[in-house]
Design a protein around this ligand. Structure first.
Ligand SMILES: CC(C)(COP(=O)(O)OP(=O)(O)OC[C@H]1O[C@@H](n2cnc3c(N)ncnc32)[C@H](O)[C@@H]1OP(=O)(O)O)[C@@H](O)C(=O)NCCC(=O)NCCS
Length: 164
């Protein structure tokens, strides 16, 4: 398996929509079922300033996505990046998430000079929490009834990685 990580381009919208059409990807993220291809087309063609969308590809097939959101217009939050990610359902547990997170941390540490990376993760999302802990994210607190998921409220951890 050879995973390549690259920047998302506007034409990648169908591959990205496929990731978020997977039930496991919906379960673990803030996305809704039945993602719209058109919404993803717009999102990739007009990314907000300071937003970096990375894709993991295996032989030109898009198998994972990571968004790193920064705050170029908020002087006091310029050191912060917020992360959200998903791996296509049939590719989870094969190291794709690890490759994406490594690329995002390299970008944040070595090029963007971000010293705090933060994210929210549902407390029952074991594989995600394990991935984040592997990269030195720590749990800072629990957000109670953070979101509604499949008929129930679910708590989330606020996790952050402070660059040493
Ligand atoms: C969470 C997610 C991004 C992880 O990506 P991945 O490609 O599956 O992760 P990797 O294969 O790189 O493995 C990361 C760690 O999780 C562990 N892991 C993988 N699948 C697991 C599972 N089903 N249960 C427990 N741990 C698991 C691996 O062992 C690995 O830890 P290790 O290197 O110490 O062994 C991916 O599973 C995913 O997209 N899930 C659905 C959407 C989601 O939850 N997004 C995160 C939002 S906060």
């Amino acid at each position: 398996m050879s995973i390549i990580v690259r920047r998302a381009e506007p034409g990648d919208y169908e591959g990205v929509q496929k990731i978020f059409a997977g039930p496991k990807a919906v379960w673990g993220t803030m996305q809704l079922p039945f993602p719209s291809i058109e919404n993803w087309r717009k999102r990739l063609s007009e990314p907000p300033e300071g937003s970096f969308s990375l894709l993991a590809c295996e032989e030109n097939e898009i198998v994972g996505q990571l968004g790193l959101h920064t705050f170029p217009n908020h002087p006091r939050r310029r050191h912060v990046g917020q992360i959200g990610m998903a791996v296509r359902d049939d590719w989870q547990g094969k190291g794709v998430g690890t490759a994406l997170m490594q690329a995002a941390i390299d970008l944040a540490d070595k090029w963007l000079n971000l010293s705090r990376l933060e994210l929210e993760v549902y407390t029952d999302n074991e594989s995600a929490v394990r991935l984040y802990k592997k990269f030195d994210f720590v749990i800072e607190g629990t957000l109670v009834r953070f979101a509604f998921r499949d008929g129930q409220y679910v708590d989330a951890y606020e996790m952050a990685r402070l660059r040493k």
